[in-house]
Design a protein around this ligand. Structure first.
Ligand code: Z5A
Length: 213
């Protein structure tokens, strides 16, 4: 099982992935947690370049190729071997982030992005993708407060520094993309308490993987 989590910043992906890991473990599954960018050794170097506030001058195409490089390495070196070892792989962001951020956000052509994603994932698409949906002002506040608290405002703040209109485009982009990919993508409201959000995600996972009849 390969499940990816998507959404604007501060929706609670990291928080919920931890809850979902415990949920699968309680069902006797071995779980591997990973993320993009930065799920491989090389990817961690790319992550520093991609998220540091000093790199505001990255062009949209440069940014795109760095994310694709991160993904190609991540799939080949980490995700595919972990799935082959029989684990449930939970990934914080994946190919849909490229469609939404570089496509709906930066204005690159989504058909081209989908073709490049195909090359990077080499046939390995998630079984299920869950988008956590929230008002961008709420998500951004959560993410900014968390980065300041953890001292990561410079190292990981490049996207928080974007104008609110960018984050609104991202949210709309996710909802549009989800409607175009109903077979794989589900949307969960992430505006209530962590427990409520977890229950929503659990319901989606159970309907997708454990429904009987
Ligand atoms: N990006 C891209 O452009 N193209 C690509 O192809 C890929 C990525 C793969 C990676 O950022 C950036 O790269 C991302 C898109 C771009 N940037 N943006 N925007 P990242 O990995 O550093 O950050 P993130 O993925 O956006 O996640 P995040 O900011 O770490 O947020 P999160 O994981 O969704 O949320 P969280 O850490 O679980 O929660 C944030 C805070 O809110 C934290 O203090 C929690 O305790 C709190 N929280 C969580 N849930 C709740 C609820 N329900 N209520 C109240 N408070 C809550």
């Amino acid at each position: 099982m390969f499940i990816t989590f998507e959404g604007i910043e501060g929706t609670g992906k990291t928080t919920q992935i931890q809850n979902i890991k415990k949920y699968f473990e309680s069902r006797g599954k071995e779980v591997f947690l990973t993320m993009e960018p930065g799920g491989s050794r090389v990817g961690r170097e790319l992550r520093k370049m991609l998220l540091h506030v000093d790199n505001k001058d990255l062009t949209p195409l440069t940014e795109l190729f760095l994310y694709l490089a991160d993904r190609a390495q991540h799939v080949a070196q980490v995700i595919r071997p972990e799935l082959e070892a029989g684990k449930v792989v939970l990934c914080d962001r994946f190919a849909d982030s490229t469609i939404v951020y570089q496509g709906y956000g930066r204005g690159l052509d989504t058909t081209m992005l989908q073709q490049l994603n195909e090359a990077a994932v080499a046939g390995l698409w998630p079984d299920l993708t869950i988008i956590l949906d929230i008002d961008p002002e709420v998500g951004l506040k959560r993410a900014t407060d968390r980065n300041i608290e953890e001292g990561k405002a410079m190292d990981e703040g490049r996207f928080e520094a974007e104008h609110i209109s960018f984050h609104k485009r991202i949210r709309e982009g996710y909802l549009t993309w989800a409607a175009l990919n109903r077979d794989r993508i589900r949307v969960a409201d992430a505006s209530s308490s962590p427990n409520d959000v977890f229950e929503r995600i659990k319901t989606i996972i159970e309907a997708r993987f454990f429904a009987t009849g």
